[in-house]
Design a protein around this ligand. Structure first.
Ligand SMILES: Nc1ncnc2c1ncn2[C@@H]1O[C@H](COP(=O)(O)OP(=O)(O)OP(=O)(O)O)[C@@H](O)[C@H]1O
Ligand SMILES: [Mg+2]
Length: 299
């Protein structure tokens, strides 16, 4: 469990984050969504204990990342957006070096390396030098390293960037496994469609402030359905009928009824005697639209 409590951080006179507060629950995947420069990385770095906030605190399983840093940082792992390693080292050797630092004797570290590198799909590439890894391979390698100490809490910063579809699917399964194990997972992302498929909760940040925290089922309720309709030769009396079901937008012979409060069968029944329906279907706005409608008045 990660408890972010009223953290603020400025770089010179740039206020990167301002009074940021939210929880990352155990057994849940929380998405952290915001535009470039919104403050995601700053929040994540403070939570990982890599930089200090000007105000506020972060509790990792109850331990302050500032006052009890040694204990707190043992149970949280941070996978940065651009992981940096000793690029001249071979993957296996670097893994053993990091595992050694975390207390694993070489023979055990080797065994763990084989297990975790194959778990992230890097079997066969253990002897390669890290500088010869592709960006996606580096991400996978960073994920393998993050599992060495088997922490309870995970912070993934833009982990989907630079991954191919197979890599994205891999991360998805990986995060779901962590969730099943009861871990707390926070991941920042710009790929909203992925957030939609993976997250249990979404934290929206805009200009350094948290603008909304929503459970995914709330997002789904927030996302109002619309009806899309195309008919031949529409006229003004059709517009009148459709207005009974919501807010109508017309473009040529196509209509969108926003905040649709009717039933698709009922609509098609009531107009089919007078109009030829070319297309009729329900639609739902995407998380992207939800995001922009939330921040829309705060731009
Ligand atoms: N080391 C730094 N020095 C000065 N300003 C910084 C530094 N790091 C971040 N900032 C500023 O703080 C603000 C928040 O940046 P941050 O990196 O946290 O955003 P982000 O949400 O991670 O953005 P992105 O989606 O582009 O990764 C931005 O205005 C950024 O320019
Ligand atoms: Mg960032």
């Amino acid at each position: 469990m990660i408890r972010i409590e009223h953290i603020s951080k400025s770089y010179g006179n740039i206020k990167a984050i301002d009074d940021v507060t939210f929880d990352v629950h155990n057994g849940e995947i929380t998405a952290f969504v915001g535009l470039n420069g919104a403050g995601k990385t700053t929040t994540i770095k403070v939570s990982a204990g890599v930089i200090y906030p000007d105000r506020g605190d972060v509790l990792i399983d109850g331990y302050s990342i500032i006052k009890d840093k040694k204990i707190a940082s043992k149970s949280v792992v941070w996978v940065p957006e651009l992981p940096s390693f000793e690029m001249d080292m071979r993957a296996m050797d670097y893994f053993i070096y990091i595992a050694g630092y975390l207390g694993y004797p070489t023979s055990e570290a080797k065994e763990l390396a084989r297990e975790l590198l194959s778990r992230v799909g890097l079997e066969g590439a253990e002897r390669k030098r890290l500088k010869d890894y592709s960006q996606g391979m580096k991400k996978r390698f960073a994920l393998a390293l993050s599992m060495i100490s088997d922490p309870q809490n995970f912070l993934f910063d833009e982990v989907l960037n630079g991954l191919d579809p197979e890599g994205i699917a891999f991360f998805r399964n990986f995060a779901l496994e962590l969730k099943k194990e009861g871990k707390a997972v926070l991941f920042s992302s710009h790929i909203l469609s992925e957030v939609e498929n993976l997250a249990d909760r979404v934290v929206f940040i805009h200009k350094g402030r948290i603008v909304r925290v929503m459970r995914m089922d709330e997002v789904r309720n927030f996302v109002k359905p619309y009806l899309f309709l195309r008919v031949e030769n529409p006229d003004s009396s059709l517009l009148e009928i459709l207005s009974k079901y919501g807010r109508v937008e017309q473009s040529g012979n196509a209509f969108i009824i926003r905040d649709f409060n009717g039933d698709i069968g009922e609509v098609s029944y009531s107009i089919s005697t007078r109009y030829k329906i070319v297309e009729i279907r329900m639609g739902y706005s995407s998380l992207e639209e939800v995001f922009f409608s939330i921040i829309g008045d705060r731009k």
